[in-house]
Design a protein around this ligand. Structure first.
Ligand code: ZN
Length: 452
């Protein structure tokens, strides 16, 4: 079996991972980009023979593309796969991707109706419609259930990450076994379940294809390198903020389900009467999360729906007064819809002072804020409009640190050699895995023979 990865543009991230068997069967894992689907990121040409285009050397077309989770750097270009390559993902991942895509289509069509541009933030209606068509053909896999394509068998194993329905993949040809660890983390809410699922499935793995993240712990670029704080710590710091400041507006990724879970739990602990407020789009996302059930084992108390009160955008001043009395958590994003709430409670720089006891909890990687809007679709410009003294930070990373990867490898695949697919990090990884020959550097486009 051979391993190769492909990527586009200057970003040092893989866009897809390819396995090829001795007889030429090809299976791909993830097809992502770093912008929105249909946006600038997708303008960067990406040609993957056998996946996005026929192989000029006559190699076989891929038997399948597996998507590990909904994040765009893993799923953002699935519509570029040739129609004859079946795409597989987890059922909740599909629902999330569908809702996000339909939301964008709705917005673009609305803009178009107003005579506005067909692009919004680099997003195109055409790209979104192409994605809709591709999503309609996606098939689901089931956690732990192997799927065979000729001589390659692939088994998804649910893992811990900032969104539910995230998978690692065990890829096997004969005796040769590789584990693609994807975006797993070991400091999230699903760690125990993820370890239970993995069990001894990977103990004979010869290869661990991984992408650890370096130096992005805690509060952004200035944070010390090393292990990330557990997600539970974020809940504690948010809880402390809420105890002190009853009117809490929060920015986090709208699909950062585990973070929203921490915020909502802290909100409930900070006061029984406190409200949880969010808009219709966020509710749709949380409804999917609430319906998420692991097929393998009872998992996670994602029970948001019952607690959520919908923001309608037409509340009267007396509603605001009632919210003030009870205290609240409000999930906000960029865009016109949230501006009246932000201004009403947090004030504007150099203008209206807002409400006493109101703060904005910035619960994302701080680097996003420093660099301003980056097309991540979550509206970081919000925090730029809010007076600085109103902002509090609470965050932890969503990926495994190198130390976490070491613990994982020692426990679940102690014999495996590591192939980091962010190859600029290979040097750093050698510090954590200093054994001779343990880390195998692989450049994009280069084939690595996994046998022997
Ligand atoms: Zn991810």
């Amino acid at each position: 079996m051979q391993l190769k990865f492909h990527r586009s543009g200057g970003k040092n991230r893989p866009t897809t991972i390819e396995f090829r068997s001795g007889t030429g069967t090809r299976v791909f894992i993830d097809l992502g980009n770093h912008g929105e689907p249909g946006s600038g990121g997708t303008d960067i040409p990406l040609t993957v023979p056998g996946l996005t285009a026929p192989d000029p050397e006559g190699g076989r077309t891929g038997s399948a593309l597996f998507i590990s989770h909904l994040h765009l750097d893993h799923s953002g270009r699935l519509e570029d796969a040739l129609p004859e390559v079946p795409v597989f993902c987890g059922p909740s991942t599909w629902k999330f991707m569908d809702v996000l895509n339909e939301h964008r289509i709705g917005r673009l069509e609305k803009d178009l109706g107003r005579g506005g541009p067909t692009r919004a933030g680099g997003d195109t209606l055409e790209g979104r419609l192409r994605r809709r068509k591709a999503l309609a053909a996606v098939k689901f896999f089931e956690g732990l259930k192997p799927i065979r394509f000729d001589d390659i068998e692939i088994r998804p194993v649910m893992t811990d990450h900032s969104c539910p329905d995230t998978y690692m993949f065990l890829v096997r040809e004969g005796e040769e076994l590789a584990l693609v660890s994807g975006d797993f983390m070991d400091h999230g809410l699903k760690r125990a379940q993820a370890e239970y699922f993995m069990g001894d499935l990977a103990k004979d793995a010869h290869w661990l294809v991984c992408s650890p993240v370096f130096g992005r712990g805690g509060k952004g670029e200035s944070a010390p390198k090393g292990p990330f704080a557990p997600e539970r710590d974020v809940e504690e710091s948010v809880y402390r903020i809420m105890k002190e400041k009853p009117l809490t507006l929060a920015i986090c990724s709208s699909t950062g389900i585990d973070r929203i879970h921490s915020l909502v739990r802290a909100n409930g602990r900070a006061g029984r009467d406190r409200l949880f407020l969010a808009d219709r789009f966020q509710k749709e996302i949380l409804d999917i999360a609430s319906g998420f059930r692991s097929p393998d084992r009872g998992m996670l108390p994602y029970g948001f729906s019952g607690k959520l009160r919908l923001l309608e955008g037409n509340e009267a001043e007396k509603d605001f007064m009632a919210w003030k009395e009870r205290g609240f958590l409000m999930l906000v994003r960029g865009g016109r819809f949230f501006s009246p709430y932000l201004e009403r409670f947090l004030g504007v720089p150099g203008g209206d002072a807002g409400e006493e006891g109101a703060v904005l909890i910035y619960s994302r990687w701080e680097g996003y804020r420093k660099t301003g809007p980056l097309g991540f679709g979550e509206g970081d410009e919000v925090s730029l409009q809010v007076p600085k003294d109103r902002i509090r930070f609470a965050h932890t990373g969503g990926h495994a640190s190198p130390e976490a990867l070491r613990r994982f490898a020692d426990r679940f695949c102690p014999e495996a050699k590591l192939v980091p697919i962010e190859c600029s990090n290979a040097g750093e990884l050698v510090k954590v895995f200093p054994e001779k020959g343990r880390v195998r550097k692989l450049e994009p486009g280069e084939y690595l023979l996994l046998n022997g």
